[in-house]
Design a protein around this ligand. Structure first.
Ligand code: ADP
Ligand code: MG
Length: 699
């Protein structure tokens, strides 16, 4: 019954009608009574407290006072007049000011009678004043029933123009509350309500709009934020569980020859604790009988490659093939060379397939894949082509996941009749809570430890005017036998101009360093030319690499110890961090120098300062998230994470964790929500799914 009332189209509400209905739908997405109730205020104006005049602060926001008008005067000014009233309480004197409506005010406001006034104060020439205050006789104020905290709703220009003011919205919401009898059905179970000490749904709805005091407002917000995040997590986790129940996975029963031999005899270093832990997590997935879908997060240089290789050995040891897909040609080649080197004592057959693989080689690869002669295939998007058929693909690994879309992940699934296990790796760390929301359907592993003995990279910010000093520093480092990257921004829209910047930069570097060899790599070069230049740099034939961000991802030249980033203010934080990760890979002290002009926005300053103060990718990701909001972070666009009504993925981090914990606990105990004690959750969830209030997350 009550639910029906709430599903009434908005134009039927008293005070709305077809016209306003249309505006509410278009501007605020409010279609029903329910939508209106779930349209939450941005903030509240606190009228619970009265200030004294001698307590006013020069920068005070809206305040409320009690006092009397003792005198009116009219002051001539350039344009028109202003009406000024002397307003006093027992602690002092201030002024009330009007620029319009003088006649009405003189006739209606009374002298020497206590009023409650409300508004913003200004401070000028030693006197506080309040322009166009809201005023009410103290006697009336006491008579009226009111909520002391006044909601302020988000608004738009059009709403204002159509007269749908804040006050109008308040009235409409009050009307819905009246009609619904203020009874909003419970949506959580008793356990959660009790353990978290939540107020009821009805109380929460009422108090989020018209709270009696700050404490109730906080409780209302907490409950509604929790609820919002809880149902999203419930959906994500449920999807994950259903998936595991439904999708049979290949079972890798044994740890065999390849894995053991490599581990015992050929591992070039001791694994870090984090690497060991992650390998165990993967091992347990691969033996579980369900298909693995795991995200491996690890900062640049944390050693994800070796984890990938050892996981691939698990597939090989159980008679399956494995593949590793990387976003660029350069990176694929590097992975290929690296893995061939690591496996040189084993008889693993590893092949490389990219866009520039010759047709004849391609044919050979296709054949060998199908008859099982290839154990590990490494490559770019080329791996996804239909022609690429495996005899028995057991594990597919995607490096730098953010460069690939969901569709590509899905394509890999189809490379075997029983879908292969999937491991996606990313060096763009995103805060764990956000990861849980974005990739809730993936299990997450984190390498949160760098291999020992790394010297932290020293990062500094230098203005362009200090370029000569920077050049001198470059020379010194090259004299010590090191190599240097100089990176220029490349943004799609102004590609031509950036290209010119790059070329100008290259020429000036060539002039400045006539004795050194210089490589150049950019996106408009043919892959073969890029590889040639990269290779020269890798073999130390060139000392300086001038490049655009094509070298951002994964490239590994341990002898390069200086990273110069030109126009650093034009890069995002995560990009800067990725670029910096190209150095600091060898035993030498490494440096990152961020070059900029003097004109910098506040955000740019924050980015530069963050870069110079920390090397921790997760910390940088947090700042990035705060600066840009989740909207700009990769993946969030499609995910609908932004569609939150009240919770904030950044600020409400801890509520999100709690919500996730409860969601997963409940689903563990009662996967179908069929238990009577979870009936409110079940019903609310079904309703949300039906109304599509919960966005369909990445599938
Ligand atoms: P990323 O996580 O950025 O892909 P890599 O796998 O490329 O990192 O590893 C970076 C470097 O660290 C490589 O040169 C690799 O050989 C080395 N490395 C990885 N793990 C360890 C370890 N446990 N101890 C020492 N060096 C390691
Ligand atoms: Mg890597």
């Amino acid at each position: 019954m009550m639910q029906n009332v709430l599903h009434t189209p908005i134009e039927y509400l008293k005070g709305v009608g077809p016209n306003r209905g249309e505006t509410l739908r278009k501007e605020l997405g409010i279609h029903t009574y329910m939508d209106l109730i779930n349209f939450f205020p941005n903030r509240h104006i606190d009228k619970t407290r009265f200030y004294k005049i001698n307590e006013l602060q020069r920068n005070s926001s809206d305040v409320q006072l009690v006092g009397k008008i003792v005198h009116f005067k009219t002051v001539e000014q350039k344009r028109g007049k202003r009406l000024v009233a002397d307003f006093v309480d027992e602690t002092g004197r201030m002024e009330l000011v009007w620029f319009r409506g003088h006649k009405w005010i003189r006739e209606n406001l009374k002298l020497n009678v206590p009023y409650v006034i409300f508004g913003k104060t200004n401070w000028f020439n030693g006197v506080f004043s309040m322009p166009h205050p809201e005023m009410e006789l103290l006697a009336d104020y006491k008579k009226n029933l009111r909520t002391a905290m006044q909601p302020v709703y988000p608004s738009t220009e059009l709403l204002q123009k159509k007269g749908i003011t804040n006050r109008a919205i308040m009235k409409l919401i009050q009307e819905v509350m009246k009609q619904s009898g203020l009874r909003f059905g419970e949506t959580l179970n008793q356990e959660i309500v009790q353990e978290l000490n939540l107020i009821s749904k009805s109380e929460a709805i009422f108090n989020v709009h018209f709270p009696k005091n700050q404490e109730l407002l906080a409780k209302a917000q907490f409950r509604l934020k929790f609820e919002e995040l809880f149902f999203i997590q419930l959906q994500l986790i449920r999807k994950n569980l259903l998936h595991k129940r439904k999708i049979k996975g290949l079972i890798f029963e044994e740890i065999g020859e390849n894995f053991n031999r490599f581990y015992k005899e050929h591992l070039p270093f001791e694994l870090t604790g984090a690497q060991k832990r992650v390998i165990k997590e993967i091992r347990s997935d691969l033996g579980s009988g369900a298909q693995m879908n795991r995200l491996l997060q690890g900062d640049v240089g944390s050693g994800k490659t070796i984890v990938a290789l050892m996981s691939m050995f698990m597939a090989l040891d159980n008679g399956f093939q494995a593949c590793l897909m990387a976003p660029t040609e350069i990176l694929s080649v590097q992975h290929y060379n690296g893995l061939v080197e690591l496996c040189k004592e084993l008889n693993t057959s590893i092949y490389l397939l990219t866009g520039s693989t010759k047709t004849s080689d391609r044919k050979e690869i296709h054949e060998k894949l199908e008859n099982g002669e290839i154990d590990i295939l490494i490559g770019t998007h080329a791996l996804l082509e239909d022609k690429v058929k495996f005899q028995n693909l057991g594990l597919a690994i995607i490096d730098e996941q953010h460069r690939f879309g969901v569709a590509q992940r899905a394509k890999l699934w189809k490379k075997n009749s029983i879908p292969p296990h999937i491991l996606v790796m990313t060096a763009t760390p995103i805060p764990r809570t956000l990861a849980m929301s974005l990739y809730g359907d993936l299990d997450i592993s984190v390498i949160d430890e760098l291999p020992p003995g790394r010297k932290p990279i020293k990062t500094v910010h230098r203005f362009d005017s200090n370029r000569l000093k920077v050049f001198r520093f470059i020379k010194e480092e090259i004299m010590k036998g090191r190599q240097v990257y100089i990176v220029y921004p490349l943004i799609q829209e102004s590609e031509k101009m950036d290209y010119k910047d790059l070329m100008d930069g290259y020429e000036s570097i060539a002039r400045e360093f006539p004795d050194y060899q210089i490589s150049i790599v950019h996106g408009q070069m043919k892959p073969a030319d890029k590889d040639y230049e990269m290779d020269r740099f890798l073999r130390k034939e060139t000392q300086i690499m001038v490049a655009t961000t094509v070298i951002e991802v994964g490239v590994n030249v341990p002898n390069a110890s200086v990273m110069i980033i030109e126009s650093a203010e034009r890069f995002g934080l995560s990009q800067l961090h990725q670029l910096r990760g190209r150095v600091g890979r060898g035993a030498e002290q490494s440096y990152c120098i961020l070059m900029t002009g003097h004109k910098l926005s506040e955000d740019s300053k924050t980015r530069l300062q963050t870069m110079t103060s920390t090397n921790d990718g997760f910390q940088i990701a947090e700042v990035d998230l705060k600066l840009r909001g989740p909207g700009d972070l990769m993946g969030t666009q499609q995910s609908g994470v932004l569609n939150l009504k009240i919770a904030d993925i950044v600020k409400d981090n801890s509520i999100l964790s709690t919500a996730r914990w409860y969601a997963s606990k409940i689903l563990k105990e009662d996967p179908d929500l069929s238990d009577e004690k979870n009936r409110y959750i079940r019903d609310a969830f079904a309703r949300l799914m039906k109304d599509r209030t919960i966005w369909n997350y990445i599938s």
